[in-house]
Design a protein around this ligand. Sequence first.
Ligand code: NAD
Length: 364
Amino acid sequence: MADGQGVGEVRVAPDRLHAFTMAICRADGSSDQEARLVADHLVLANLYGHDSHGVGMMPAYIQNTTTGRCVRNHHAKIIKDNGAVIVIDGGVGYGQVVAKEAMDFGIERAKKHGVCVVGLTNSHHIGRIGHWAEQCARAGMVSTHWVNVHGHKSLVAPFGGAEPRYSTNPYCTAVPRKGKEPIVLDFATSQVAMGKVRVANNKKVQMEAGLLINATGDDTTEPGVMYNPPFGAILPFGLHKGGGLAVICDLLAGALTGGKTHSPRTIKDGTDIVNNMLSIIIDPAAMGGTQAFEDEVETFITWVKSAKPRPGVAEVLAPGEPERARKIDREKNGVPIDTTTWQQLIDVAAKVRLNDTEIPKIAA
Ligand code: NAD
């Protein structure tokens, strides 16, 4: 993000941020287990540096539980079962719960059949997609995930378009490694995740050029175009290639799974955040064999990382490494939260009637 006259920030120890998030969720009526899954997910996103998908989501989540657009204490339900192909209805339950349960089902099936194709439909926001790929990688599985978003207004312009037609449609693949953290490629197919525009808007800073367009389709650095009419749009990443990948995400996650695509049939101007996800979970043992796979992964990643860095680049990194470096830093120095987001969290804690003495204690 470009420098600017931003608002301030607070640094919060991860365990206190976790306790605060859990307390808000519990006070809102979530079970302990649900509150823990939500807090685990959001705080890890912050630790990994993806503040767009961190605890700053809580006000939107609580707004949605209040209106029934996110259903508390709901669980994933298999609605179509073909053994290695399953479809799950998320029932707009917390994505942190139903996506975890969907991956549990998928991993179990992939161990049995060598592969499982999971269609998770109609889930409330499933957050950072890498979280689900990492769950699969911990079980030794390779997984790839295609995600669409509907139920709110369009955000991202198709390649060449001057107005938005879909959302930030993330894509993710993770590859487990023997005795090491997995390779995790996880990104929005837009130039930036919408949450990053929200963070810039909250911080009152301009964004870099080349990320946003205004209502006339011209370049702008002003994040406010996504919040105030006349609305602009976020550009797709990678020109026609990223724009094309975003379209494929909607088709695979929204249409193939039996869910819904982002279209006039599902667009609302409210606060719904519905995710659908097509996941393909593969057991390496069922293909070239686990040992040969692990050996090739190490050989290739070592080769890739051995490339001489370009001027100004300290080291060639594998996908997933920048997040883990940030986690080490933030565990030590605290998670930076801009003061607008922090105030929104305190406000939402008051809204769910988190014990009045507890808020200043946790937030101090
Ligand atoms: P990003 O642009 O920061 O890209 C992150 C990916 O690029 C990671 O895999 C990272 O390891 C890799 N990477 C970054 N720098 C690297 C380097 N120097 N060398 C090698 N690899 C590098 O991510 P984003 O597009 O801002 O997305 C942020 C998060 O938002 C993701 O976790 C995504 O899943 C999530 N998201 C979720 C939704 C949803 O609807 N649930 C929508 C959009 C995005």
